[in-house]
Design a binder for this molecule. Structure first.
Ligand code: BGC
Length: 760
């Protein structure tokens, strides 16, 4: 779908012509360079022994620190020597220009062919400067800032010697119990695809051979976000329609943006571990989508095929995964230990190995590693670029755009700057660490601006009480969280403070390590004693603004019923407290919108806006319709929801379907409040009857503009077959004529709608 802003007409024709010339020129360059690269790759492959080839398909985690003596025994010595013998293609988690240089020198100067290593790490939402967690960033619906956040992450990571990030995670998920929803873009494939594209573009930049761009990795291919019961690594069983229409599109979008690598996932998908799934890796990714980069396994997912009951032993796991199209094994040792034998047995053809090696070398070439293997090892750049003040400035902008105002009864927000006596209560209010979120790469501990620090810039009439600690101690990654369910000693002082204050800001939510990998939760309320604290404070002062810090949708039904204002602040990164303070005091008007539905109860999960209708949607006079007997079936906050300090009016929805291939949808949006603000306009469609049932609505376009008070804009969206079609149960994209409904509005539940007929 394309969007034209009719009131601000641009010289479209000129732009189009210029673009064409540029594209022709670029394509020529691309063809030349890819021909050159292919020749180079071929010439190297010809020189390689089978051991060296298999070595390229092998990735280890950091095994030696350059400050330590050269290892003389054990695994470290073995791996050190393997680098010298050209038996490792990539490492992960080795970072820092000096560290990387040491290992790269070993590979380049001491191995027979001098093939440089890849250095990968999980740079998920920033390297040292932390941006909001990906789910939060997604709430901005702002592709240019999302791209920029990945760009800056790449600038910092590349300055630390890295040339490959295991991001973006493009898994769609409808289950807030799954801890990894924090790493993705939410539940929608259209928005998820656009964000996947933006993130890949940001990491890889315009030219992958520059020293400040890194290879991106679309992960986890595929279906990982559909783990049964939201339990990480669990079984995934989905039909073709969900696979093709929901799960795969963001991956395809990453391929379209030329993503260099893919990572398989830990789950089985319809009975087959994805690391050994030839349909996924060969047929769909490499053949149908023409992906030219390489596929890496997830950590140990190769050998886990044995636990899955798919391979009888590691040797067979090596054989199955190589044949299925896995190019690089991360930390399973299945290729390095078993692939040679498989080639000798002819159970894996040498062509399979050659192809994998070609793919890996191609990426190394594109990164410029063969021209200068040390281009990422510049200590000066490392010193100046990592944590650069411009990066912090941008982190603040992005954090503000990621905040979602969930509720604001009687406009209690923004807080009047002359407000007397503010109480700040909650375990996360003076926290400088948890706002950095999970998957925080090299963020410095306790480096985030706390809410307390942010608010102090606005007022001194502010008193703070923690109220309660909801976890004991400060857990490090990997530690089990010990949730405090008994110690209420801080309640009394917090209640006293609330009693004597005019307004109470409560900062509650999740610890940074409560979401992320293997952080599934069966209960989605406020952890520990926080709910009790909230209710106790409410008893003495109802004038509460609840600021939430969390990595996933929570069940906030009590809060929604009682607390007048709720601000979803996620884990916002380095500038968290400043962003929250600016929003609370109205220096920034919040404009973010949810990209994941907030349930009322865990029992509603999976709950998502683009569901199918049932044959008995109800309500009916009898009880026999699709519902819960003990809970509404509606979400607490729907997809696309997010308030502003101003209001927007929608009018004049018109559909012009004269041109059957380019259906024009126009609508007028007006800021009818007193404050300027951003509005994200959302366009949904419903194919009313089709050969395969279609969801009740599906996002197909959006726009985001800033509107001054009283300003109105006429927006026009063009809908083509791309938006109207879908994948049928044979995985074929079809466009079926008939009646469609178009819905345009401010959320997936508040919109204007019109129908039209799509002709043949
Ligand atoms: C995660 C991946 C990650 C990898 C390397 C795995 O456990 O699932 O997302 O990239 O570890 O750290």
């Amino acid at each position: 779908m394309s969007l034209f802003l009719v009131t601000k007409i641009k010289p479209l024709t000129v732009i189009t012509i210029m673009l064409c010339v540029q594209i022709v020129f670029c394509q020529q360059q691309v063809q030349d360079s890819s021909k050159y690269i292919e020749q180079k790759v071929d010439s190297i492959v010809k020189l390689m022994t089978l051991d060296e080839k298999i070595g390229q398909m092998n990735q280890y985690v950091e095994f030696w620190k350059s400050t330590d003596p050269i290892p003389t025994e054990g695994e470290a010595k073995k791996k050190y020597n393997q680098v010298k013998r050209g038996l490792i293609g990539a490492v992960l988690n080795v970072k820092g220009a000096t560290e990387v240089r040491k290992l790269q020198e070993l590979a380049v100067y001491e191995s027979r062919l001098g093939i440089p290593l890849l250095f990968g790490a999980d740079v998920i939402h920033g390297y040292q400067t932390q941006f909001p967690i990906p789910l939060a960033e997604a709430s901005s619906w702002d592709l240019s800032v999302i791209e920029k956040s990945a760009r800056i992450a790449a600038i910092e990571a590349s300055a630390a010697g890295l040339n490959w990030t295991f991001a973006p995670m493009v898994d769609i998920s409808r289950d807030a119990r799954w801890g990894r929803v924090m790493e993705g873009a939410g539940e929608d494939p259209h928005l998820g695809s656009a964000i996947a594209n933006a993130r890949v573009k940001g990491f890889q930049g315009d030219n992958l051979s520059f020293n400040n761009t890194i290879a991106a990795c679309a992960k986890h291919f595929a279906g990982y976000g559909f783990a049964e019961a939201g339990r990480d690594y669990n079984t995934v069983d989905v039909g073709t329609s969900t696979l093709y229409n929901v799960i795969l599109p963001p991956f395809k979008s990453a391929v379209d943006q030329n993503v260099q690598t893919f990572m398989t996932s830990y789950n089985i998908l319809n009975g087959i571990p994805t690391t050994g799934d030839a349909t996924l890796l060969r047929q769909i990714l490499k053949q149908k989508w023409q992906f030219r980069g390489f596929v890496v396994s997830d950590w140990g997912s190769g050998e886990q095929m044995v636990d899955h009951g798919f391979a009888k032993n590691k040797a067979q796991a090596a054989e199955l995964s190589a044949n299925a199209g896995l190019d690089m094994d991360m930390e399973s040792y299945i290729f390095i230990n078993h692939l040679k034998q498989a080639v000798k047995n002819n159970s894996v053809r040498i062509e399979v190995v050659n192809e994998a090696v070609r793919r890996i070398l191609r990426v190394k070439y594109k990164l410029g590693l063969f021209d200068d293997p040390f281009q990422y090892c510049d200590n000066d750049r490392e010193k100046t670029m990592i944590g650069h003040e411009d990066h912090e400035k941008f982190a603040l902008e992005l954090a503000k755009k990621s905040i979602v105002l969930l509720k604001n009864k009687q406009n209690i927000l923004p807080i009047d700057k002359k407000q007397k006596k503010i109480a700040l209560i909650g375990p996360l209010a003076d926290d400088k660490d948890n706002p950095l979120g999970n998957w925080r790469a090299q963020a410095k501990k306790n480096s985030a601006v706390s809410v307390l620090e942010g608010l102090r810039k606005y007022t001194n009439d502010l008193n703070f009480q923690k109220g309660v600690d909801f976890v004991s101690g400060t857990p490090e990654f990997g530690d089990k969280l010990d949730i405090n369910m008994t110690n209420k000693t801080g309640f009394r002082e917090a209640i006293q403070l609330a009693k004597n204050s005019d307004i109470v800001i409560m900062v509650l939510g999740e610890h940074a390590l409560q979401s992320g990998e293997s952080r599934s939760r069966a209960k989605l309320g406020l952890p520990g004693l926080q709910q009790q604290l909230l209710e106790a404070i409410f008893e003495v002062n109802t004038n509460i603004v609840l600021v939430l810090m969390n990595g996933r949708p929570l069940t906030l039904t009590w809060a929604d019923e009682h607390v007048p204002a709720i601000l979803e602040a996620w884990h916002l990164g380095s500038q968290s407290g400043n962003a929250i303070a600016q929003v609370l005091f109205g220096d920034h008007n919040p404009g973010g919108k949810l990209t994941m539905t907030f349930p009322r109860s865990v029992g509603q999960i999976p709950i998502y806006y683009n569901h199918y209708n049932t044959g008995r949607p109800g309500p009916l006079e009898t009880v026999l319709y699709s519902r819960y007997t003990d809970e509404s079936k509606e979400p607490l906050y729907p997809f696309g929801h997010g308030l502003s300090y101003t209001s927007f009016a929608y009018s004049d929805l018109k559909i012009d379907s004269t041109d059957n291939d380019n259906i024009k949808v126009s609508v007028t949006v007006k800021n009818i409040g007193e404050m300027g603000g951003e509005e994200i306009t959302q366009v949904y469609i419903c194919d009313i009857s089709a050969s395969v049932t279609r969801p009740v609505k599906e996002l197909k376009g959006f726009s985001k503009f800033f509107y001054e008070p009283n300003e109105s804009r006429k927006l026009e969206f063009i809908i083509t077959d791309k938006e109207l079609g879908f994948y049928n149960n044979l995985g074929k994209f079809v466009v079926e004529p008939g009646e469609f409904e178009i819905m345009v509005g401010t959320s997936s539940q508040k919109f204007l709608s019109e129908k039209f007929i799509k002709k043949k």
